[in-house]
Ligand binder design. Structure first.
Ligand SMILES: *[C@@H]1O[C@H](CO)[C@@H](O)[C@H](O)[C@H]1NC(C)=O
Ligand SMILES: *[C@@H]1O[C@H](CO)[C@@H](O)[C@H](O)[C@H]1NC(C)=O
Length: 336
């Protein structure tokens, strides 16, 4: 054998010997994995949970309302074609995505919190953690730091590379559409009527802009009068926060009477005809959902437990795994 052939053979053997175990120890468990996994980043980014928790804690310390904002952003991400971080994508000259679709524009908040987490993660574990996973974890931290339940989040979502403004307009539930329509949007994602009631309970946190419920205060269904289903003292209070002028459209009213605490007051408000949005109050008009509202209004622990379960279902909607999608370097743009 000539030295050349020997070295060639040696190289092939080495390649065979070393490459094969490599495929198994590194390649196989990481990019080809098709299911989400609680330990997905344990080795590749052990500081992940601490970094997310610290940033969400700091954001809430500065602005308690941010908890609701992060929860809502995760919901709007998942409900439109899945939890794949597309809601975070900035528009460009040639690309119009979800972020500036009418249900989100001038309304979603917290992009800077996600960006700060991503910046920290890119220092400790570059190109490793998806923006979709960051958003899912941030929503969990926001709930748990506000007094809500803690649940384990399976990880390994990958980031989407497409998004459509049209889908966002069509798929995000609106506060003025009927319960049947909202339920249809949920069931089309594999969620059910219980998830509608439970995830609506996310409105235990946060505020809504006046334009989202103003017609209940002044001209309900074209009647020229307020919504008769709204408690009269609540009506008076809301009319003072939201006078009937366009200039007041972006004023804020709390979604429940304890807007920075995760509790079951949202449901007791509904039972007392003090729900803010039409889509909230509608839950006590349908006998099936009213039964659940009554149950949760009397049992905060059951609500917490069911909320965690519905959030885990939500976090699985339309996820990209394996070799689909990508791990974005910046959450606002796809990698090229
Ligand atoms: C704190 O919250 C306010 C809004 O309430 C926001 O304008 C500001 O940027 C936040 N500051 C930091 C450091 O996050
Ligand atoms: C509710 O859904 C029905 C059937 O898809 C549709 O015709 C109707 O316009 C929807 N209503 C609203 C307010 O979106």
């Amino acid at each position: 054998m000539t030295p050349k052939i020997i070295s060639h053979l040696t190289l092939s053997c080495c390649l065979f010997l070393f490459w094969f175990p490599c495929v198994h120890s590194q390649m196989y468990p990481f990019p080809y994995r098709q299911l989400l996994d609680y330990n997905f980043y344990d080795r590749s980014c052990p500081r992940l949970l601490m970094i997310v928790r610290y940033n969400v804690w700091a954001a809430l310390k500065n602005d308690t309302r941010m908890a609701a904002s992060l929860l809502r952003m995760h919901f709007h991400d998942c409900i439109v074609d899945g939890c794949e971080g597309s809601v975070l994508l900035d528009d460009t000259k040639d690309f119009k995505g979800e972020k500036n679709a009418p249900p989100n524009r001038n309304s979603l908040r917290g992009f800077e919190v996600i960006d700060n987490i991503k910046t920290d993660l890119e220092i400790f574990c570059p190109s490793t953690v998806s923006c979709a996973d960051i958003l899912t974890l941030a929503a969990r931290e926001a709930v748990s730091l506000s007094g809500g339940p803690f649940w384990n989040v399976p990880l390994g979502r990958r980031d989407g590379i497409t998004a459509s403004q049209k889908s966002a307009i069509e798929q995000i539930p609106s506060p003025i559409e009927p319960l049947q329509n909202i339920t249809a949007k949920f069931t089309s994602k594999g969620l059910d009527i219980k998830d509608v009631v439970v995830l609506s309970g996310g409105h235990t946190l946060g505020f809504a802009q006046c334009f989202t419920f103003k017609r209940r205060l002044f001209n309900f269904e074209g009647s020229g009068n307020p919504d008769p289903a709204l408690d009269s003292s609540v009506l008076t209070k809301l009319q003072s926060i939201c006078p009937n002028q366009d200039a007041a459209n972006s004023n804020l009213a709390p979604l429940d009477s304890s807007a920075v605490r995760f509790d079951n007051v949202y449901y007791t408000n509904l039972v007392n005809n003090a729900g803010l949005l039409e889509s909230d109050q509608a839950l006590v008009k349908d006998p099936n959902t009213a039964t659940m509202v009554n149950l949760y209004s009397g049992n905060p622990f059951l609500f917490s437990q069911d909320f965690a379960a519905s959030m885990m279902k939500l976090g699985n909607v339309g996820v990209l795994t394996g070799l689909n999608g990508q791990i974005r370097k910046r959450c606002g743009s796809v990698n090229y």
